[in-house]
Design a protein around this ligand. Structure first.
Ligand code: TYD
Length: 222
């Protein structure tokens, strides 16, 4: 049976990485095979491209080139990590995916949506997420969390953008949730961590019905 594919999205410091990890842990504790992964990255080739993008090395080349690099990383990630896991019946939980490109490069970077959709078609094909959680927090709250988390390290390529950029991200994510209400669930990321994780769990369990992964032998026996 095909596995499930869940992505987490949101601005800086929205809590997506924490909730992606909490969901993966909960599914694993039920005996479900889970791959927890992230973008940009998630496969050896894509991790190399991640370094180029987040260090800011590609910024002078422009938003179109960055978009193409995110797509190149995604192509390797889907082919090497996501597709094989889903075809084996595993659940893939991914921290950021296509919606980050739509929002960061599309809405904020003003890259032509036709380029973005064309690249999505080539890199993702039918591997679209079953569910996407968009964690919604005010930009000032998210940036304060990101600054605390980072400690003395310097801001990466996108963290370093101005406050208006981060406010624009929030708006664009909220608009996306309205455009695709079946797939995209907007979750208030300001609520206490356990409240957020219970909300996520109730949606996953009611919509995707997690059951322990059965091996081929077990299936034959039942
Ligand atoms: P990361 O260090 O993974 O941090 P976080 O996800 O916690 O913010 O940074 C990934 C950065 O890359 C983030 O600022 C969003 C950006 N990004 C894009 O601009 N486009 C994309 O398609 C993806 C996947 C990420």
């Amino acid at each position: 049976m095909r596995g499930r594919f869940i992505t987490f999205e949101g601005g800086e410091g929205s809590g997506k990485s924490t909730h992606a990890a909490m969901l993966a842990h909960r599914l694993k504790s039920l005996g479900i095979g889970v791959v927890l992964t992230r973008e940009p990255g998630g496969s050896p080739g894509a991790e190399i491209i991640r370094h180029i993008l987040l260090s800011g090395l590609a910024k002078p080349l422009g938003a179109e080139t960055e978009t193409i690099l995110f797509a190149a990383a995604r192509d390797d990630h889907v082919r090497s990590t996501i597709r094989p896991a889903i075809e084996q019946g595993q659940w893939v939980i991914c921290d950021r995916f296509i919606d980050s490109t739509r929002v960061y490069q599309g809405s904020l970077g003003l890259v032509d949506p036709r380029l973005i959709l064309g690249l999505e078609r080539v890199t993702v094909g039918n591997m679209l997420p079953d569910l996407t959680f968009i964690l919604d927090v005010p930009a000032t709250v998210g940036l304060a969390r990101a600054t605390t988390r980072r400690g003395k390290a310097s801001a990466d390529r996108f963290e370093g953008e101005a406050l208006e950029f981060h406010e624009g991200l929030r708006k664009a994510y909220r608009a996306l949730a309205e455009q695709e209400p079946k797939r995209c669930i907007l979750v208030d990321g300001r609520a206490p961590r356990d409240v957020v994780s219970e909300r996520i769990w109730s949606i996953v369990s009611s919509q995707l019905h997690p059951e322990p992964t059965q091996t081929v032998e077990e299936k034959v026996a039942t």
